[in-house]
Design a protein around this ligand. Structure first.
Ligand SMILES: [Zn+2]
Length: 872
């Protein structure tokens, strides 16, 4: 796994099509207590008249016990396996068989075949299959797999992709199962699982009447916590039929919940493997937010059956082809199942908090990168979340019917093949007779465009002219910066939120989408009353930063009643960001938030909004959003500690200002705690947090009491409120929580997270103590993230301590983790690379910590790529 040489980047432009096809694969996997023997036999046929050898990939230095071509054994010792690539001479049609011995029990990287608890499982995307067998492990090589697993009978459950075609007993207390997947697939979608597992079963009838067996496999004792995941699966299957007309295609669909998993979940054909965190969830063990996330991830992986599996990616540069599209699909599913406005706002808040900083930082890249050293590093918010925004813009511009016509053509043209982003965009364009050539800059240009809108109003003629200007900032990716295609949905808001009709080119509309394609352009609207306030970028119609000349008073109008839920929420966010920026720029000046607080108080009493919408409006912008705004301010220094302090001050001032409205609401929530809706629970949590921080009478006792509630959302509402500061009630709540959940490893992750995120309280020493706790497991990515990633992302005062101790602390752990699990190390390191906005002194400390990791030597390609980009 370790690579001492500098990584050589792989370029998108160097793509060469495979010249040999793999027509059928027969895998035999013999599992033993200390090893696995993998026999991989496959039939090849030439796709061109070249005589080029066949390239097989394997783990660097992975055993090649035996290799046979057309019945003739080759001298395996003649192959140099050190670089993970060998060349084999084959004829026009040949049969190749490789035999490999691997050691899944020693595999801590969690890619390929590995042990999680007592079960053996796999993770092959993107390049894990090569750690199982020597094979043409690239996504554009698709084949039909038949897999026979042989194992001791102490592992009664043996699963792989497709349908079970044979099973039986063998000598020596062993048994076998053979699975056949009739659909061609690349090796990254291969999966197998072996273990002593429990399962729950249900079924789904497709729209054409086929019955599909649905199963969720879990470790013994967990079956009772799968109901929500199973219901989510059935809703997803129905939605994909109703909305996209896409049905499931095998007789059985299986999900396996695994406790040791690098990512969230994996869409292997017919056999999804999930981080158990995203399957085992009910109201007692998971919050409302967790349950929605489970539903969204189950849907996402299921939707991949078409967008990812039936149509896969030609090469890994095309990753957003399946991920951007499938994230868009799961976002729309959630919007249809729950509240469209709340879902959109949540997604935008996430994009701004994690993708915008990536776009302006050292690891910036377009949604379709041009080169990589380690593809594992490109499973990023840019490829996923920004990728989904790009799909959403296509849908906005084509309309729902046009988008569906494009999807139908895409499926018709590319089903059963490995496609590219260009193929997808071409299907959308051809089905609708439009030209998307300029739009494709979104695939090749990195960075978040900045759109500035200024107004010129003529009272005489009642015309409003909007001037649009776009600029793509320079990024570390150094891609081109040509004008982009930016759809901007806009409307006009009158008093009390009244919809002011738009008059443009003879049409009268409630709202319209103006598409900006030049560096500068303008739009003139007629019959505009003087006091109408424009609401821009409705529904967040493009992933851009917006600068406007709207005054505070105008944004207050939007906050009070824009019919667009995003517009309403964003007006509040903008007011908060502006106020915070000036608080940071002039830290000693007195703060007057009266206007904003009055607006928030009105929102809180607004009967048109539900609790979840109110909770979102009351949520302050994330630290990274404020940092970016402060960095733009000519007189302010972007000091993360100061920003954190002012953000907390603003929260407590808002809390105090809202007390008259919020305190009676809290009393009412407490009285009917058992009968609240999820929306009300969201608001309850937000208000209780403000109440504790601002010191409402009795708020701490209220929170302590609530932390004991059997509903996890309410319990977490109480605990999170107390966790904001040191104190005996916090200690009591944490101790009781640990007592109650000591036996539930997943729930204990929440307990770790509360502590590692606790401002002021949780120093590096505290985090080290957490990692000695019996519920902690240093080989489990969830546990590592629940302490170290949470510390770096959420514990600003300690991570950004002025002496640099937080940076060195993270660096020390990353160096150790990298030895065991490079993928996870390369993720946890990212907060250390987000220094571009900070002072030179702070930059030097963060770079110093990175240099220390690098100087340890022998770091993985994964980690080396991230660090090198950041240091340059
Ligand atoms: Zn995915």
């Amino acid at each position: 796994m370790l690579d001492h040489a500098a990584p050589v980047p792989i370029k998108r432009s160097s793509y060469i099509k495979p010249h040999i096809a793999i027509d059928a694969v027969h895998l035999t996997i013999r599992l033993f207590d200390d090893r696995a023997v993998v026999i991989c036999r496959f039939e090849t046929s030439r796709l061109d008249d070249s005589t080029k050898p066949l390239t097989l990939f394997g783990g660097k230095g992975m055993a090649l016990d035996r290799i046979v071509v057309d019945g003739a054994p080759l001298d395996a010792s003649q192959f140099d396996t050190a670089q993970g690539e060998i060349q084999v001479e084959v004829g026009a049609n040949s049969v190749v068989e490789t035999t490999t011995t691997i050691h899944p029990h020693e595999n801590t990287s969690l890619e390929g075949l590995y042990l999680s608890g007592d079960m053996l499982c796999t993770q092959c995307e993107p390049e894990g299959f090569r750690h199982i067998a020597w094979y043409p492990d690239r996504p554009d090589v698709m084949s039909v797999f038949t897999t026979r697993i042989e194992a001791p009978r102490s592992w009664p459950v043996l699963l792989s992709n497709g349908n079970l075609i044979e099973e039986g007993v063998l000598d020596d207390h062993r048994h076998f199962a053979t699975w056949h997947d009739p659909f061609k697939k690349p090796s990254y979608l291969f999966a197998m699982v072996a273990g002593d597992l429990d399962h729950v079963q249900d079924h789904f009838t497709t729209k054409d009447g086929r019955d599909v067996d649905l199963r969720i496999y879990v470790e013994h004792g967990n079956a009772t916590r799968t109901k929500h995941a199973m219901e989510s699966l059935k809703r997803s299957m129905k939605w994909d039929e109703d909305v996209y007309g896409l049905s499931y295609d095998l007789d059985i669909f299986m999900i396996v919940a695994v406790s040791h998993f690098n990512m969230g979940a994996m869409e292997n054909k017919g056999l999804n493997i999930f981080n158990s965190k995203f399957i085992l969830a009910d109201e007692e063990t998971a919050t409302d937010g967790d349950l929605d996330r489970v539903e969204g991830i189950v849907a996402h992986e299921y939707f991949h059956n078409w967008t990812g599996n039936r149509i896969t990616c030609r090469d890994w540069f095309q990753l957003t082809l399946k991920e951007g599209l499938t994230v868009y699909r799961d976002q729309e599913f959630t919007a249809d199942m729950h509240s469209r406005g709340v879902k959109r706002t949540d997604d935008v808040a996430l994009l701004r908090a994690i993708q915008f900083p990536e776009d302006s930082g050292p690891t910036s890249h377009p949604i379709r990168p041009e080169e990589y050293s380690e593809i594992n590093n490109f499973y990023t918010p840019t490829v996923y979340e920004k990728g989904a925004e790009v799909i959403r813009m296509i849908a906005t511009m084509l309309g729902q019917d046009g988008f569906m016509k494009g999807m139908a053509l895409y499926v018709e043209r590319h089903d059963g093949t490995a496609a590219t982003c260009d193929d997808f965009v071409a299907a959308m364009a051809d089905a609708n007779g439009v030209d998307f050539s300029q739009f494709k800059h979104w695939y090749s240009q990195a960075g978040t465009p900045v759109v500035t809108i200024t107004r010129h109003y003529s009272a005489d003629t009642q015309t409003l002219t909007l001037h649009f200007h776009q600029k793509l900032p320079k990024t570390a990716a150094k891609t081109e910066r040509k004008p982009m295609v930016i759809p901007i949905t806009l409307g006009l808001v009158g008093g009390n939120g009244a919809v002011v009709p738009l008059h443009h080119d003879g049409d009268t509309l409630d709202q319209m989408t103006f598409t900006l394609t030049e560096a500068e352009d303008s739009l003139t609207l007629t019959e505009v009353p003087e006091d109408a306030v424009p609401s821009y970028l409705r529904g967040f119609s493009a992933p851009v930063r917006l600068k406007t000349d709207l005054t505070d008073a105008e944004e207050m109008r939007l906050l009070a009643g824009d019919v667009d839920p995003f517009g309403r929420w964003d007006a509040g966010q903008s007011l908060m960001v502006k106020a915070l920026t000036s608080m940071v720029a002039t830290p000693s000046a007195s703060v007057d938030l009266t206007g904003m607080i009055n607006g928030l108080a009105e929102t809180l009493s607004d009967k048109r909004l539900d609790g979840a919408e109110k909770a979102q409006i009351l949520r302050l912008p994330s630290q990274s959003i404020i940092e970016a705004a402060v960095a733009d301010h000519p007189d302010a220094v972007c000091d993360p500690y100061l920003i954190w302090e002012k953000r907390r001050l603003m929260m407590s001032l808002i809390g105090k200002g809202l007390e008259a409205t919020a305190a009676p609401m809290l009393t009412a929530f407490e009285k009917k705690a058992n009968r609240l809706t999820a929306q009300d629970r969201a608001l309850y949590g937000r208000l209780l947090g403000l109440a504790v921080l601002s010191g409402y009478a009795g708020a701490e006792d209220h929170a302590l009491n609530l932390s004991r509630h059997k509903n996890m959302t309410l319990s977490e509402n109480g605990l999170a409120a107390l966790n904001q500061m040191e104190g005996a009630n916090r200690e009591t709540a944490l101790a009781e929580f640990a007592d109650r959940w000591a036996d539930n490893s997943l729930v204990m992750e929440k307990w770790f997270m509360h502590q590692s995120s606790a401002p002021m309280v949780s120093t590096p020493e505290h985090c080290d103590a957490l990692m000695e706790h019996p519920a902690f497991d240093a080989n489990n990515p969830n546990k590592l993230r629940s302490v170290l990633s949470v510390f770096a992302a959420m514990n600003t005062p300690n991570f950004h301590a002025n002496d640099g101790s937080g940076y060195l602390y993270l660096a020390r752990h990353i160096a150790q983790i990298d030895q065991r699990n490079p993928q996870v190390a390369a993720r946890i390191v990212l907060p250390l690379t987000r220094f571009s906005l900070y002072s030179d002194e702070r930059k030097a400390m963060m770079k110093g910590a990175l240099a220390r990791i690098k100087s340890a030597g022998g770091i993985s390609t994964d980690l080396s790529e991230v660090i090198s980009k950041s240091m340059n």
